[in-house]
Design a protein around this ligand. Structure first.
Ligand SMILES: *Cc1c(COP(=O)(O)O)cnc(C)c1O
Length: 426
């Protein structure tokens, strides 16, 4: 029998992977807490929570047990005309925790679909209401909202979207707000607000666009202006949700709350694929009608999958334990100490922290996703038993909350060695 990598090479097409001359993928056979093991017995610290999803780490026995028990009862059922306990209970438990007056949950499969649903809700809200002038969608430069066509359309134009440019709809892009530009941005909203259906934003932290952080106070001012114009606000908390930013949701740092919120990634603790879009009663009511054309015609085969809902409930249990909050704070404190250390290196730029996320640029080549620095760093890190995956030359750590102090130190130590190695080489 050929090795798993050889077999993979014959039949698999990997995401975000240039298959010409790519390094062979690492066969992972086991995960436990912050660690992943390959088939040779090497362990790697998963310092980015497997693309930001595994908030409680790998192989969590509590979540696994709950999924197992649910699988014996009901693994799946169509969700139109039927309902089930895990879906209802998850909505009941989730809604009061969300940052805003949300009252309805729509389930889907992933972050991109959560965003698609949100955009469709907002656009059809105005259509159902007979407002034909609200056609524009407002979005931030540098944003990332997913890889399906709608979610790509509201994302920054980049190497990710270039091939599809002719097929994307065009939102009105504005800069993320700060103390200097907020007046200008408010002016734009005052002038064009009545033509804008909705505004989609990643609150406080733009993830795939390069881990860019911006101030809650400025976002609040922008949201206030948007609300004055009746623009529906869509918070994309697919990445920032479930403790990532130090609070339960990034929206908890804000005064002005969204009308629609998108969730995925940490929702199931990274165990099952699931998305959720929550809306306020005002949005939901706009779809109530004797005219069947006002229905939200959207759904997925696996909408509200009972196993995924059960995993999300179990993940919430873990997230709401006191211990979890303590872990979030400890990670944040460790990041702060590391940030001080990083500032002494001239090739390190723009060190920033929000909750459990630390990010910075290393001055090697040009900024941007296709900067090769990241690939080199990933390779060197693996040799030291650490898994990191920079966005171009933007290095970030986004650990599972169960990572130990010692494991965090191991990640920092690798980075310091890598930076010193690159400094010496110049
Ligand atoms: C990852 C991400 C998405 C897309 O989620 P997928 O599950 O990968 O489709 C959308 N929005 C944000 C902010 C994300 O970080």
């Amino acid at each position: 029998m050929n090795s798993l990598t050889d077999r993979d090479h014959q039949v698999i097409w990997h995401p975000y992977t240039q298959h010409k001359n790519k390094l062979p993928p690492i066969p992972v056979v086991k995960g436990q807490d912050a660690l992943l093991w390959d088939d040779q017995g090497n362990a790697y610290i998963d310092a980015i929570s497997s693309w930001w999803v595994s908030i409680h780490g790998h192989g969590n026995p509590y979540i696994a047990q709950k999924i197992y028990e649910q699988a014996l009862k009901l693994e799946h059922v169509i969700f139109t005309g039927f309902t089930h306990e895990p879906a209802v209970l998850l909505a009941e438990r989730l809604l009061p925790l969300l940052p805003g007056a949300f009252s309805r949950v729509f389930y889907s499969d992933n972050g991109s679909t959560a965003v698609e649903v949100a955009i469709k809700m907002a656009v059809q809200y105005w259509k159902n209401d007979g407002h034909t002038s609200r056609k524009k969608i407002l979005a931030f430069h540098n944003s990332y909202h997913g890889d399906t066509f709608g979610s790509m359309s509201v994302s920054e134009r980049s190497v990710f979207t270039a091939a599809f440019q002719d097929y994307l709809f065009e939102p009105l892009f504005i800069e993320t707000p700060n103390a200097e530009n907020i007046g200008h941005l408010q002016d734009i909203l005052r002038r064009q607000g009545q033509e804008i259906a909705c505004f989609i934003y990643e609150p406080l932290l733009q993830g795939a666009g390069g881990m860019c952080m911006y101030e809650a106070a400025a976002l609040d001012q922008l949201l206030e202006a948007a609300k004055e114009q009746g623009i529906l606000c869509i918070a994309d908390e697919v990445m920032t949700g479930f403790g990532r930013t130090g609070k339960l949701f990034a929206g908890d740092y804000l005064q002005h709350k969204a009308d629609i919120i998108c969730l995925s990634k940490g929702l199931t603790g990274g165990t099952m694929a699931m998305g959720a879009t929550a809306a306020t009663e005002k949005i939901f009511n706009a779809f109530l009608s004797d005219d069947r054309r006002k229905t939200l015609f959207h759904g997925h085969s696996f909408t509200a999958n009972p196993l995924a809902c059960t995993a999300a409930l179990a993940s919430l249990d873990l997230l709401l334990e006191k211990d979890c909050d303590r872990r979030l704070r400890r990670i944040n404190e460790q990041h702060s100490a590391f940030a001080t250390q990083l500032k002494q290196y001239p090739i390190v730029r723009n060190v920033r922290i929000l909750g459990t996320v630390i990010a910075f640029e290393i001055n090697v080549g040009d900024d941007g996703y296709i900067n090769p620095a990241g690939l080199d760093l990933t390779q060197r890190a693996l040799e030291k038993g650490v898994y990191l995956r920079p966005l171009g030359n933007t290095v970030y750590i986004m650990p599972p909350y169960c990572i130990t102090e010692k494991e965090m130190d191991q990640v920092y130590t690798f980075l310091v060695q890598y930076i010193e190695g690159n400094t010496a080489a110049r």
